[in-house]
Ligand binder design. Structure first.
Ligand code: HPA
Ligand SMILES: [Zn+2]
Length: 351
């Protein structure tokens, strides 16, 4: 347990989230509601009740076991309003957690492949983000991910089709997710190169979640990508940690996800202290909050419970999180000013 003061401090700390799949914020309640609204029949063996589904989510055996549920559930997302509702529900929830900036993934291929047009998906998510900025002041960026379980050709098509939304500013970056085992990063060199050629500026990649530290090395050295989603397996190789520091790389770490997907058995096994000792920069994120037992603050609390950081340490992590963001310098300054205010308010209080 965290003390009430620690919880209040971590809630107040201005937080940025860089690793959250919007489809992974689809709570069982909204899932059943949208299935009903849209007349979607869910597999009755898997989707019996909210409680049963929540129990099943506590027993994922691997990334692929989770991905089965993650991909099945998307069937209920049909209309622009569905995507807007999903996005706004997430933003409302994290506003209460003290999130001030969100960089959000979505998987275009997963939607286009089942007949939902890209324009519907992007318009719905964008509306949810715009409404949240107007109402809560949370700034955001939208990042498309291509999925590793489909052929490279499909990823190339997906990157090409997203460019019209990059040009209008609705989409800001490219990531890569889904099954890691059997899909080493070098397989996707061409996809990232195409994105660069087309003018995509912000690049990130899920790497070193289940795959080895050597794949994080490849991601950095051969693909030239220095934002790494997860990257926790880097801690297995001190040379890779050194490479991450030398290249000023940034990891988006997801502690509760790593426990639910059995990367570690407990948050206390997270390599976060190793990253800090080595000087590797990272942020703390929820990944798929509806599936992994918590939103961004829950992840901060779990880290605090495991490692009992001081206020100053948390301040340093909050600064790294701001600096690792893809927002502009003015927004970074605003968030850092919020952080100064919080630190001043908490100057005389213990956590
Ligand atoms: O953590 C993840 N890893 C890979 N693919 C994913 N798709 C959603 N979340 C994840
Ligand atoms: Zn992820």
């Amino acid at each position: 347990m965290c003390s009430p003061n620690a919880e209040a401090f971590l809630r107040a700390l201005p937080k940025c989230e860089h690793h959250m799949h919007i489809e992974g914020s689809l709570e069982p309640g909204l899932l059943f509601q949208l299935a009903k609204n849209n007349g979607v029949t869910l597999d009755p063996a898997r989707y019996t009740s909210i409680a049963a589904l929540e129990e099943r989510y506590k027993n994922f055996t691997s990334l692929d076991d989770f991905l089965l549920y993650f991909n099945l559930a998307m069937a209920v997302l049909i209309t622009e309003d569905d995507f807007e509702a999903l996005t706004f529900a997430y933003m409302t929830r994290v506003h209460a957690d003290g999130l001030v900036h969100a960089e959000i993934f979505f998987d275009p291929q997963a939607h286009v492949g089942r007949g939902i047009s890209l324009s519907v998906v992007v318009a719905g998510i964008s509306k949810g983000l715009e409404k949240a900025e107007a109402q809560f002041g949370i700034t955001s960026k939208l990042i498309m991910c291509f999925v590793r379980h489909l052929p490279v050709e499909s990823a190339l098509e997906s990157v090409e089709s997203i460019m019209e939304y990059v040009k209008t500013g609705k989409v800001s970056g490219l990531g890569c997710d889904s099954t890691e085992k059997g899909n080493p990063p070098e397989k996707y060199k061409e996809v990232y190169q195409r994105a660069r050629d087309l003018g995509m500026k912000h690049l990130t990649m899920h790497s070193g979640e289940e795959g080895p530290a050597a794949w994080v090395r490849t991601t950095v050295e051969e693909l030239g990508i220095t934002r790494i989603d997860h990257g926790v397996r880097s801690a297995d190789d001190p040379e890779v940690l050194k490479l991450l520091v030398d290249r000023n790389a940034f990891l988006t770490v997801c502690p509760l996800s790593n426990v639910r997907l059995r990367v570690h058995t407990d948050v206390s096994e997270s390599p976060i202290p190793k990253f800090m000792a080595a000087g590797v920069k990272f942020s703390i994120n929820s990944d798929d909050p509806a599936y992994f037992g918590g939103y961004v603050l829950d992840n901060y609390l779990a880290v605090h419970k495991a490692f009992s950081f001081s206020k100053e340490t948390w301040r340093g992590l909050a600064i790294d999180s701001v600096n690792g963001s893809w927002c502009d310098d003015d927004r970074k300054k605003e968030i850092l000013a919020l952080l100064d205010n919080v630190m001043a308010e908490w100057a005389d209080k213990e956590i």
